[in-house]
Design a protein around this ligand. Structure first.
Ligand code: 2HG
Ligand code: ZN
Length: 487
């Protein structure tokens, strides 16, 4: 083995006795389009979307087939080179960023972007890991079906990434998380074996459900190269509502009212605070407040039905009428046409960007039982303001499934870096409330690098022990996405 390019030994990698060296075989195997070592070319793969981490890598490998992924894994295993799998690189927790030591390679699935099969009778789609979520949605729609996973990063995130992180998003309340949308997987194991588990079966009780082990493992147990996904009937009717509500309890009660009136019609039920909506209106061109008066609390309700003649407007009027009478809902608009529906969704989807433009912020992707969401928002907000006076709580997100982004924006008169230096104090403060409410410190963004140090406190004992033994059994050399998930 010797460096790929003798003029640039291992790119930024110092050639020492212990330093692994990129095997020559990779260049032959992948060809020029399949391996990047130029610092300018690999730079985008070395940092995360939130700019929390700046890693280094010997190269970015870009295999174009499952066999090539397997060959890369074998070659890297033989050379002792850690592999960081990467999809759309939209992780919120640094899950796809290499470490700073420069010893690893990033393995991008971007070139594995074929939809291998779509069956509107089985209602399944088999897509390679690098297929962008939006592309999968569009392919399903072309076949008159629905691939329901939906979230802000869907135009960049990929099938392999959303399965490896068990992404949730806006429609969990109706269709479940990525895990529930997966029937089968193809995975390259850490020893380079290819496991073809791309079954299309709704029933298959044949021992351990191996496929579920790789969902949410964030690439620490192997590399997902393709998946068979569940499709659904495409909705023919859709309405989106934006309402100002009295308080958090009122928001939850409106959710209850819709569930009682027609549970199957709720495609998303999102909460937003007054401060978060203010930021969206202030920073995002074209975003305006749809209701007449500003309020401290808002909800977005997305209703859908596969029946073209479903009277969703009637359903909305019936539920809102009662909620208005009780003083739970203060004001409401119903989208009406597609442009208006999209305008309402933009207010919610632009929350992360609006928060970024307002200044430094700390994210807390947490979940609690749905009944506890109002208490979570109130108690965590108060605790953070007590910790750092002037902090601006911006709770928003997926109220219908109990996942709130309990985010905190820096005080107006505080230095952003000084605020971020308190990140761990803030996360601990929110998590103390989450723990009392029987919640989770990571609802949908995963553990990545950001939350590994919380695993012991939250999952320590038998649970973490079992995880560590699974990791050791499948990846004894610890080369698959090291430093992620497990402490
Ligand atoms: C969302 O729901 C994402 O928009 C991002 O999960 C949440 O920025 C966040 O904290
Ligand atoms: Zn979210």
């Amino acid at each position: 083995m010797r460096p790929l390019d003798p003029a640039r030994p291992g790119a930024e990698f110092p050639l020492t006795m212990n330093a692994p060296v990129l095997p020559d075989a990779l260049a032959t195997l992948l060809g020029p389009a399949g391996i990047l070592t130029d610092p300018a070319d690999i730079a985008p793969a070395l940092s995360d979307w939130r700019s929390l981490y700046q890693g280094k890598a010997m190269a970015v490998l870009r295999p174009a087939s499952t066999e090539q992924v397997a060959a890369c894994v074998k070659a890297c295993a033989a050379a002792g080179i850690p592999i960081v799998p990467q999809g759309g690189n939209t992780s919120m927790v640094g899950g796809a960023t290499p470490s700073e030591d420069g010893r690893s390679v990033v393995l991008s699935l971007a070139r594995m972007n074929r939809i291998r099969a779509l069956d509107p009778v089985d209602m399944t789609m088999t897509a390679e890991a690098g297929v962008v979520v939006k592309t999968a949605q569009d392919a399903a729609a072309d076949a008159n079906c629905l691939f329901p996973l939906s979230f802000g990063g869907e135009g960049t995130a990929t099938v392999g990434g959303v399965l490896s992180t068990n992404a949730g998003g806006n429609t969990t309340v109706r269709y479940g998380n990525a895990r529930e949308l997966m029937l089968g997987l193809e995975v390259v194991l850490p020893d380079g074996q290819i496991w073809n588990g791309l079954r299309r079966l709704r029933k298959d009780n044949t021992g351990y459900a191996l496929r579920h082990l790789f969902v949410g493992a964030e690439g620490t147990l192997g590399i997902v190269t393709a998946a068979t996904l569940r499709l659904f009937a495409r909705p023919r009717a859709n309405e989106v509502l934006f309402c100002s509500v009295r308080d958090e309890d009122a928001a939850l009660n409106v959710f209850r009212r819709f569930r009682e009136a027609d549970e199957t019609a709720i495609r998303a039920f999102e909460y937003m605070s007054g401060v978060g909506v203010d930021f969206a209106v202030k920073h995002i061109p074209g975003v305006t407040l749809p209701v007449a008066d500003r309020a401290d609390h808002y909800i977005l309700v997305d209703l859908a039905s596969t029946r073209a003649d479903a009277d969703l407007q009637g359903l909305a009027e019936q539920v809102l009428g009662a909620a208005l009478e009780e003083g739970e809902v203060l004001d409401a608009v119903i989208g009406g046409n597609e442009a208006k529906r999209q305008a309402i969704w933009r207010i919610r989807e632009e929350h992360p960007e609006a928060q970024r433009k307002e200044g430094a912020s700390v994210k807390n992707d947490v979940s609690v039982p749905v009944s506890k969401v109002p208490e979570l928002i109130r108690r965590a907000s108060a605790a953070c303001v007590a910790l750092i006076p002037g902090t601006r709580p911006v709770p928003f997100g997926h109220m219908g499934d109990g996942n709130i982004h309990m985010n905190l924006e820096q005080p107006v008169d505080m230095d952003g870096a000084a605020f971020l230096a308190r990140s761990h104090d803030i996360m601990d403060t929110v998590n103390a409330v989450v723990r009392e409410l029987d919640g989770s410190f990571s609802a949908e963004h995963g553990i990545g690098r950001l939350k590994t140090d919380m695993m012991e406190a939250w999952r320590g004992g038998a649970e973490l022990d079992a995880m560590q033994r699974i990791k050791a059994a499948l990846d004894p050399a610890g080369l698959m996405n090291p430093g992620k998930v497990l402490p």
